[in-house]
Ligand binder design. Sequence first.
Ligand SMILES: Cc1cc2nc3c(=O)[nH]c(=O)nc-3n(C[C@H](O)[C@H](O)[C@H](O)COP(=O)(O)OP(=O)(O)OC[C@H]3O[C@@H](n4cnc5c(N)ncnc54)[C@H](O)[C@@H]3O)c2cc1C
Length: 447
Amino acid sequence: MNPVTLSALEIVRPGDAGYDAARPAWNLAIDQRPAAVAIPRDADQVVAAVLYAKHEGLRVAAQGTGHNASPLGDLSDTLLVKTHEMRGVEIDASNRVARVEAGALWGDVVAPAGEHGLAALAGSSHDVGVVGYSLGGGISFLARRYGLSADRVLAAEIVTADGELVRADRSQNQDLFWALRGGGGAFGVVTAMEIELLDLPTVYAGAAFFEIERAAEALHAWRELTQRVDECTTSVGRILRVPPFEEIPEPFRGREFAMIEIIHIGDQRSGDDVVQAIRDLEPEIDTYGLIPSSALIHLHMDPPGPVPGKGEHHVAMETLPAAAIDAFVAANGAGSGSHILTAEIRHVGGAIARRDAGRGAAHLDAEYISFAASIAATPELAAKADHDLAQLDAALEPFGGARRYLNFTEVKSDATAFYEPTTLARLRAIKAQMDPENIFRSNQPLD
Ligand SMILES: Cc1cc2nc3c(=O)[nH]c(=O)nc-3n(C[C@H](O)[C@H](O)[C@H](O)COP(=O)(O)OP(=O)(O)OC[C@H]3O[C@@H](n4cnc5c(N)ncnc54)[C@H](O)[C@@H]3O)c2cc1C
């Protein structure tokens, strides 16, 4: 059987040539097998995909990259709309706006924006999707000063359950616009977003690397630093086990580090002041300095492409007592037996946690948030990852709050974990009005 062509829209079903090439997610550990996959090339083809699904009695799930594919679950009744062929990006430098198509990656935005001295609230990874990340909130390395990516969304174009392409912004479809800024992907298939860019040609940023045996010393110093800095500084305390891959340069390859990543909006002098307490500890390597904002996307050294991973583990914390650092190191430091690839605590709060008027549904009422991920390339590695990640979760859980962060959650969770009751009630009301037959499936349903 050949792929069905519907107004030039490519749709493949199980048994079609191309089905196996079309269905994988970025997270290669997820074996998603949808009823069909649509690969639209423009907004009209997204309309065609939604109408096709309705005609065939299928539900619809949009997917940009599949970074967060694991909570989706069984897709045997679902048309998976994969937007990776829609990666257009236009930068309107004079108005500081990026217009991105549904499948654009952060790497597609930060480089052309950077050519104009503009910065975006990108995530740590070049190949996370702008739309999926922003629908779920979006914590960047500039977050304490500028808030969530969702807060900088100026407009979204979306194909609704009626198969109509509508625009939502501050003057039209305002409820939908509010919901799309943090409420996730349950309202339709977003075809494009307009995002505010920042006039920020350079930032002071980098990382200090310590031998893993010095993790407690480095992370305690970082914790104290987070209690002194203002919102111009966002930072991360981390333990990283660098894989032994040939392409990784020698000083890092196969090594285990404690790392302190610091991002400071300011000049060389104020940045040097902020990092001094970490430099005083004489790390093995330190890359702190003034860099183009567009280079921030490389700071975290995330994987260059798809990997089989387990990453559902995070804890949002209102405070970070010294005992939390001790617990983090005991569960994942030297001698713990842990093989976790990366475990980090991000200092958030600041503009993220404020309740400014005019914001959307996204809100993260936490000062710190942990995230950990491990490789799950084989069943044995997956079992070891589950064990290690559960051990770390158990260590941090006593310090955690009730709320979870949508984008860092990779297991299906109750929607009450992500939103306050009034926010969730409003999201559910908008969903019921926009999509009464519940055609659209997001990774984390609102019901
Ligand atoms: C290596 C790595 C680094 C990360 N770094 C960060 C970080 O720094 N900060 C942060 O906040 N998060 C980060 N994340 C989490 C990331 O933000 C989430 O996984 C996010 O959901 C990814 O969006 P995506 O579009 O790439 O993934 P997808 O799995 O494609 O999409 C996730 C969900 O978004 C919705 N969606 C996507 N596209 C559309 C669309 N066109 N229309 C409607 N709904 C849509 C769907 O509900 C979909 O299930 C990271 C994840 C990984 C694996």
